[in-house]
Each structure stands twice: as C-alpha cells, then as structure tokens.
Write a protein that binds this ligand. Structure first.
Ligand code: SUG
Length: 462
C-alpha cells in the first residue's frame, strides 16, 4: 500500500516495544493508575503483543510506523551505583531483592516503553538548519525513568542514523532545573505535517530565580520552563512561533502528570480539556496568533468539565488518544478501549467525530490495557517524527513496520517473553539473561548493530 503521496513529508509513529520485565511496581508518583495497580501480576507477553497490534493497526490505516527497542533490565549498573554490590550480577540482584526491593523494582522497570517520553522532536520544516532535531528527555523526576536517557540516546542515534538529516541531542543536564519529560509535554500545530508549524511547550514549574507560579501541592510538576526553552534553542526554532504554557497545577494534582494526559494536537487541531492550562484563554490566543502567522487557523476542540470530568479523563485517558492524519487528509482518534467502555467518554468522542467543524472523522479503539494499568495509553507508547522523503531514507530501514517485521516480532515475543511477572519474580536472576538474549536477537532483527553495552562486554571476569 502507498502510505503517503511520494515526495510529501509524513508523520511516522515510532513505538517502543514493551520490555520483557514489564511489571507493576507503583513507582510513578502522581500517576494514579501506576499507584492503583502496584503489586499486580503483569503479563509481559500480552503487553508486548498489545503494543505490536496497535502499531500494526496504525500501519494498516496507511501510516508509517516504526519500532524502537526496549532497554536492558534489571539495570545492574544502577544497583551498583546505589551501593548494592557483589561479585557478579546474580548476587547483586539477590542482594537487592533481600535488602532494597524498591531499588530492584526501580532497576527492573520497563518504563522506556512509553516512547512519548524518549525525546522532544522538531521536524526539519521548523528548524533553522533544516534537520530533524531530537532532544533526549532526562526524566529526572523519577529514579526509574532517570536511568533511561543514555540508552535512549544510543537507540535513537542508531534508528535516526543519518547525521545530515537528524540531530540527536543528549539529554539536558539531569538536575531539577532542567526536568524534562520529552514529547509528552510538547505539541506541534501545522496546516500539514510538512509545513512549518507552531510548537507548544507545556511546563509545570519554573527554574529557580524565575519568579513564582501557583504550583501543584500533592504531586510533582515534571517539566520546567527552563528545560522547554533549552530545547527550543537546541532545535533552532523561530521564537515567534513557539508558545510556552503553564499546565494547570490543579490538573497535575488530579493525576495529569504529563500534558498528553489532558491534550493532544495534530495538524491544525488542538483537542484539550478546558482545565488543561492555567491560562486557558491566553494559551489559545498565543497559539492562535502563532498559527495565523504561519498562514492557517488553529482549530481548538475543547471538552468541558461537564462533558467529561477531569477525574474520568485521567482514569480512562481520553486525551491520551493518538490523533492522526489519514492518507485521505481526514483525521482519526485512536483511543484506549477503556474509553469505549465508559458511556460519558464514548459519547464525548462520538460528538467530536460528528462535529463538522473539525476534521476528526473516525474513532478507533486499541486495547493497550497492560500499559494503561501503569498509566500509559496509546499516545504514551509512541514518538511522532515528521519525516520528508530524504529523512525517511536516513532511518534504519528494518525498524519500519512491514508484514514481515510484524511476523518476526510476534515470534520473537512468543519465544522470549514470560507470560506472567509477579513482584517476587523480579528477584529471579534468570530475567536478566533472558532479557539480554532477547535484546541481542532484536538488534539483529531491527538491523541496529550493537547498541547495548552488554554486547560490547565480551569478557566477564568472575
Ligand atoms: O512516567 N509510568 C509512566 C507512564 C508514562 C506515560 N507517558 C506519557 N504520558 N507520555 C510514568 O509515570 C509506571 C511504572 C510503575 O509503576 O511500575 C510508570 O513509570
């Protein structure tokens, strides 16, 4: 199938495969679904297959779909760095299980599966040097996520391999001032994917010495304005089409730990809950002006508190839907099945689809329940990258989903993933060997070369 007219830039979605250690440890403060499901038995094989089916569904709709590799877990280097030492990996894992189970869970998290947090991406049309810029997110707010960025940078450089087309920036300094969660707090509005766009950066707090804001009281604000500004500079964006907006602190306290839990944009459309931003009117005004400057009208689609209370939106992840442009130019909203099952949300989606004022003409439901129970919906699982034809040629070709790759990955998941993983299973030293074996094979399937440090450590000293 022709996925887009030749020569036209398109948006590719790169989803990360769920890792073999997918589990429920309740590690993410302020993420209510993660807290609620702590201690549950997880189903890693099912989780990975759910993710793969969602990717394949999008591909069948004519979209370009890519695959990102998971990370090695448990991260034994993290355990060593936090003082859990021993003569070999197995004894370090055993010691952590005995003496520091929370650290072991931290080292085991498969959280890199939420690719929306891998990086912030600006397409070539927006950047001064005409390259696609990606800044890896430092994810410094949560320990289990702060250990992702080194490997994420290696993986992204292997996938977006042509340096003439892509600039992959290392994560910002890992300090609270530069706390950054990647594309989850960034939205791009453009008439079409290939044209210049307005970039909206949403932050929860300021850096020190920058004045004061009303802040959330219960839960952390994971993104700073300072970090967003640094990314806009690194990406060489035109300041006149960049908009910064504060996330509503009450929404953060209600469980909106990322902006993509309460808003999603695509093309000229911004679908958002009315309580998403501190200054709702000012944000829409600034964004509207930036869009006008670029020659198109912003199409805001707002959901009111009366239609869908914030609490329900957070529980069912309406706004964590993927809003995508189909090859015929219309848009589809890809929502979690959890939305379809909740009448108030299903009816809000029906009204959005029926409304002729916006181009959203289709609702599609994807079952990503295993990820949802950790607070990750369809939009969390993907990193959007607008690619022109030349950019596409600079991507590692075997990471792009095809019938053959789907079949290969299904087989790979069936062979290497456990059916269940209970909290106590994290102590099993065999998990690390299983994960390494699986990932070693995966780098071959995806044609990525040796991107994991263990693939270079040929000699183990016992
Ligand atoms: O960072 N959950 C992730 C979910 C990330 C969702 N991403 C976006 N909204 N883009 C987080 O809160 C839970 C892990 C655990 O509890 O085991 C977790 O990390």
């Amino acid at each position: 199938m022709e996925t887009h007219p030749p020569g036209t830039p398109t948006e590719a979605n790169f989803d990360s495969l769920v890792g073999p250690t997918h589990n429920y440890a309740g590690l993410a403060q302020g993420n209510l679904l993660s807290t609620e499901h702590a201690g549950l038995v997880a189903y890693p094989r099912q989780a990975a297959l759910q993710g793969l089916r969602k990717m394949d569904r999008l591909r069948s709709m004519g979209l370009v779909q890519g695959v990102l590799p998971p990370q090695v877990r448990p991260d034994v280097d993290f355990l060593r760095a936090t003082g859990v030492t021993g003569p070999d990996d197995a004894s370090i894992i055993a010691k952590a299980a005995r003496e520091a189970p929370r650290l072991l869970a931290t080292a085991c998290s498969s959280s890199s599966m939420w690719a929306a947090n891998a990086a912030t991406v600006s397409p070539a049309a927006d950047t001064a040097d005409g390259r696609v810029h990606l800044t890896v997110a430092n994810l410094v707010t949560n320990a289990h996520r702060s250990i992702e960025h080194g490997q994420t940078a290696r993986a992204l450089r292997a996938v977006f391999r042509d340096g003439a087309r892509f600039a992959v920036h290392d994560a910002l300094p890992s300090t609270p001032d530069f706390a950054d969660e990647g594309a989850a707090n960034h939205t791009r509005l453009a008439r079409t994917h290939g044209e210049r766009g307005a970039e909206l950066f949403v932050y929860g707090r300021l850096g020190p010495g920058e004045g004061s804001l009303r802040l959330p009281r219960k839960f952390p604000a994971r993104q700073t304005l300072e970090a967003s500004r640094a990314i806009a500079r690194l990406h060489q964006l035109d300041a006149s089409t960049v908009v910064y907006a504060q996330q509503n602190p009450d929404a953060i306290d209600a469980g909106v730990f990322h902006n993509d839990v309460i808003a999603v944009g695509n093309g000229p459309v911004l679908l958002a809950h009315e309580l998403a931003f501190t200054d709702r009117e000012g944000t829409l005004r600034d964004l509207g002006q930036a869009c006008t400057k670029l020659g198109f009208d912003l199409i805001p689609v707002e959901v009111t508190e009366q239609q869908v209370p914030l609490e329900l939106a957070v529980k069912r992840y309406l706004f964590n839907s993927q809003l995508v442009t189909l090859p015929d130019g219309s848009m589809a909203l890809v929502s979690p099945t959890d939305c379809e099952e909740e009448p108030a949300i299903a009816s809000a989606i029906d009204s959005i689809v029926a409304d002729a004022e916006n181009p959203i003409s289709q609702a599609i439901y994807a079952d990503v329940r295993q990820s949802m129970q950790n607070g990750g919906g369809p939009a969390c699982l993907r990193l959007r990258v607008v690619l022109g034809p030349d950019d596409l040629a600079g991507v590692a070709p075997k990471t792009l989903l095809s019938d053959a790759l789907v079949a290969q990955l299904e087989g790979w998941i069936e062979r290497h993933y456990r059916e269940t993983l209970a909290p106590a299973d994290l102590a099993d030293p065999k998990l690390l060997d299983e994960t390494r074996t699986a990932l070693d094979e995966l780098t071959g399937i995806l044609g990525l070369g040796s991107i994991y440090p263990f693939q270079h450590d040929a000699v183990t000293v016992w």
